[in-house]
Design a protein around this ligand. Structure first.
Ligand code: SF4
Ligand code: SF4
Length: 188
């Protein structure tokens, strides 16, 4: 029968000599190879203590953005959900009431906003589609989970800290992609 690859290697069944039967030369040969690798530059890093730099186009977990006054940017227009090829985004819209101007920037806001991370392919189209500077993909990985429900990220998971009460958390959550205008395409 014709081989599928050219990697076929017939087994050598010749009678072993005394030199081969004591195995010491083979052991030393193996140790020399190990020692050679000892002094080579390591290909691995000690993650999570050390982290490799991300590519400038890396796209990770989404966040829902706030403006400098801490108001939610999202107006629940639905464009991100419409643009999403994986149908991963769902939301429910609500109307801003008088006295809530300090909470929501627009007259409408997302009372519920969910992203199904099991569906998301991190394409970034939601970020591109958003006219309100509200949804961004950051440099954070989606953490692993044993439960499928844990991958449904609600508004409470996505919304970044209020800059007025937690300026450090706000800057950290936005990360370098949002703070660096070259890292993305929808600065407004
Ligand atoms: S990154 Fe792509 S797949 Fe994920 S929610 Fe946004 S549009 Fe959908
Ligand atoms: S995140 Fe942006 S595109 Fe999506 S509903 Fe909110 S304002 Fe609209």
């Amino acid at each position: 029968m014709e081989a599928l690859t050219n990697r076929l290697k017939p087994v050598d069944r010749h009678k072993m000599s005394l030199w081969e039967r004591i195995y010491l030369p083979a052991v030393f040969k193996g140790m020399v190879i190990t020692l050679r690798h000892f002094f080579k530059r390591k290909a691995t890093i000690s993650y999570p203590e050390q982290v490799r730099p991300f590519s400038p186009v890396f796209r990770g977990l989404q966040i829902l953005n706030r403006d400098e006054e801490g108001r939610e940017n999202c107006t629940a227009c639905g464009l991100c959900a419409l643009a999403c090829p994986a149908e991963a985004i769902t939301m429910e819209c609500a109307e801003r009431k008088p006295g809530e101007e300090h909470l929501y920037r627009e007259e409408k806001y997302a009372a519920k906003y969910e992203i199904n991370m099991l569906r998301c392919i991190f394409c970034g189209l939601c970020e591109e589609a958003c006219p309100k500077d509200a949804v961004y993909l950051t440099e954070t990985f989606a953490p692993s989970n044993y439960n499928r429900n844990g991958f449904i990220y609600g508004k409470e998971d996505l919304l970044i800290p209020d800059p007025k009460t937690d300026p450090e958390g706000f800057a950290k959550a936005r990360g370098s992609r949002i703070n660096n205008p070259q890292g993305h395409g929808n600065e407004r």
